[in-house]
Design a protein around this ligand. Structure first.
Ligand SMILES: [Zn+2]
Ligand SMILES: [Zn+2]
Length: 289
């Protein structure tokens, strides 16, 4: 099995540097922010920047189908009607546009927080935000949208949308699988109460996901261990195998047959415990030949 495995890489110094960064550490998949994740404003991509990115990616061993963009952190697509909500829709439209220009097929979005208005309201706002953003892209007169928006499960922090499979289904059923898919984060799943620490927990969860959502709609897996306990609702990523989930469940998941074409992206800290190269090597050794 050829494992598609990588990490979130930096675009510092120019967006095409992300490809060099990914290749340098032996990634066969990678994720980026196309802009600073902690600012509302972004600079428009120049044709030179996007051409260089596509050229470098084309000349690398990494296929474009193994690249994802992650939405910045500030937008809240489930927020009640407000200026902030409108700005969130604009950022999503910008990111859809940037992905299309860069030839990136997947855009991972957080499902946001209803800020106390209740999940039903939050879900309505989220669906409206996604639909409006795609419509806005389509109105720009650019080439047909090639980007799938991937709904990422949340850890279940207060007021958050989408920590439970059934709730994600209620969103995905409305949006449909043409323009949407799923990104599953293992840390978030564990924090939301799904026990991935052993084989039976992993297979029960993915049977559950399969019956509600269809596992074939999972296009990216965020492979993160968890610093927080099972059901803690804490979004604290940790190095694979060294957190509360541990090796055996995550090893089983990496080898799960239905995921043999799905890119695994680690979003783990770089610290004295392990760097990205060590993490990639550690998970590569999981693969059962
Ligand atoms: Zn995320
Ligand atoms: Zn997280």
């Amino acid at each position: 099995m050829v494992l598609k495995l990588g990490v979130h890489v930096s675009i510092s110094g120019g967006i095409s540097n992300s490809v060099d960064n990914a290749v340098k550490i032996g990634s066969s998949a990678f994720q980026i922010f196309t802009r600073s994740p902690r600012q509302w404003k972004s600079k428009e991509l120049t044709p030179d920047e996007s051409d260089t990115f596509k050229e470098k990616l084309g000349n690398s061993p990494i296929g474009p189908e193994s690249v994802a963009d992650h939405m910045p952190y500030l937008p809240n697509l489930s927020a009640p009607a407000s200026e902030m909500y409108e700005k969130s829709i604009s950022v999503l439209t910008e990111e859809i546009t940037r992905c299309n220009i860069l030839g990136i097929p997947y855009l991972v979005i957080h499902l946001g927080s209803h800020l106390g208005q209740g999940p039903k309201n939050g879900i309505n706002q989220l669906v409206n935000a996604c639909t409006k953003s795609l419509d806005a892209y389509n109105d720009l007169g650019l080439p047909r949208n090639i980007v799938k928006i991937l709904l990422e499960n949340s850890a279940g922090q207060k007021n958050s949308i989408g920590s439970q499979v059934e709730e994600i289904q209620s969103i995905f059923d409305i949006l449909g699988k043409n323009d949407y898919g799923l990104c599953m984060d293992t840390c978030h799943l564990f924090a939301a109460g799904y026990d991935l620490s052993n084989e039976s927990g992993v297979s029960a969860l993915f049977d559950n996901i399969d019956s509600h959502l269809g596992v074939e709609n999972i296009k990216i897996i965020h492979l993160n261990d968890s610093k927080g306990d099972l059901g803690s609702n804490l979004d604290r990523h940790y190095h694979v195998g060294l957190g509360k989930i541990g090796v055996s469940g995550l090893r089983y998941l990496v080898n799960y047959k239905k995921f043999n074409k799905v890119p695994f992206i680690m979003e783990t800290p770089i610290d004295s415990v392990r760097n990205d190269v060590d993490n990639i090597e550690f998970v590569r050794n999981f693969v059962n030949e």
